[in-house]
Design a protein around this ligand. Structure first.
Ligand code: NAP
Length: 256
């Protein structure tokens, strides 16, 4: 049994939807006080109602350093500190290399990479004061381990997050802060609903477990990194993908 995280102050960026909402829900159910962020107030309010527990929101765009600073200040005001930062906010617009504009590239990096760095920077002093600070970054299998046409900029941003995590682990170690990354595979979120049943079935077929992951699968992995028992783990990655990256060929997948 892991030590309880009840009462811990947790910030989840991009907590209004999808995986972030799943992470926030897992922490809230563990008794943590959760602050979720996003850019759209209506979805933030809706998420807080659905998550329940001691959950509140602040509107903040992680690509803006001043918004991240305001997010950290809000957590300090409401919770008296920050114990856990889940840097989860991310975007994944598709653009093939031959059509990708400078703005396409900048937008993906601004949220996925800069947003991760800004969120960590903003929470750094509070995480240090916690004495058991934890950062959990939501990366992806796309980039660090796999590729998908149309997502070269996205994959680069997700791999870049891991480069940041590894050196951050060194710099944060003297502050007793750990930083690790969860790498989701294909996770069922409401954002995928619009893609249709055929697409979802095809995605599930590419996973050895023959099903998509749930947002709680990622939340549980993040929760583990936040426990006392995970205090000696830092700079690491945890793939949560139902075995998706393992088959070395289509035949290997078909022969299961
Ligand atoms: P999602 O359903 O689209 O949710 C993204 C969340 O991030 C929303 O709350 C969104 O709210 C917020 N967000 C986006 N840009 C933001 C910004 N600039 N500032 C603050 N918040 C922002 O996406 P998701 O599928 O849950 O993805 C969440 C994370 O998991 C991402 O980092 C993604 O790369 C990663 N991931 C997802 C999957 C998957 O299968 N779903 C797989 C691998 C990795 P607003 O739009 O209202 O701001």
């Amino acid at each position: 049994m892991f030590t309880s995280l009840a009462g811990r102050s947790v910030v989840v960026t991009g907590g209004s939807k999808g995986i972030g909402r799943g992470i926030a829900t897992v922490f809230a159910r563990a008794g943590a006080r959760v602050l979720v962020t996003g850019r759209d107030e209506e979805s933030l309010a809706d998420a807080c109602a659905k998550i329940g527990g001691e959950t509140s929101y602040v509107i903040a765009d992680v690509s803006r350093r001043e918004d991240c600073d305001r997010m950290a200040t809000t957590a300090l005001e409401r919770h008296g500190g920050i114990d856990v930062l889940c840097a989860n906010a991310g975007i994944f617009p598709a653009a093939r290399i031959d059509a990708m504009t400078a703005d396409d590239l900048t937008a993906v990096m601004a949220t996925n990479l800069n947003g991760t760095v800004f969120a960590v920077q903003a929470c750094l002093d509070a995480l240090t004061a916690s004495g058991r600070g934890r950062v959990v970054v939501t990366s992806s299998i796309t980039g660090p381990h796999t590729g998908y046409p149309g997502w070269s900029h996205y994959g680069a941003s997700k791999a870049a997050q891991l480069g940041f995590v590894r050196t951050a682990a060194l710099e944060l170690a003297p502050r007793a802060i750990t930083i690790n990354a969860v790498l989701p595979g294909n996770i069922a979120t409401e954002g995928l609903d619009g893609l249709g049943e055929d697409y979802l079935t095809a995605m599930a077929a590419s996973v050895p477990q023959k099903r998509l992951g749930g947002v709680a699968d990622i939340g549980n992995a993040a929760l583990f990194f936040a426990t006392e028992e995970a205090s000696y783990i830092t700079g690491q990655t945890l793939i949560v993908d139902g075995g998706q990256i393992l088959p070395e060929s289509l035949q290997a997948l078909e022969e299961i």
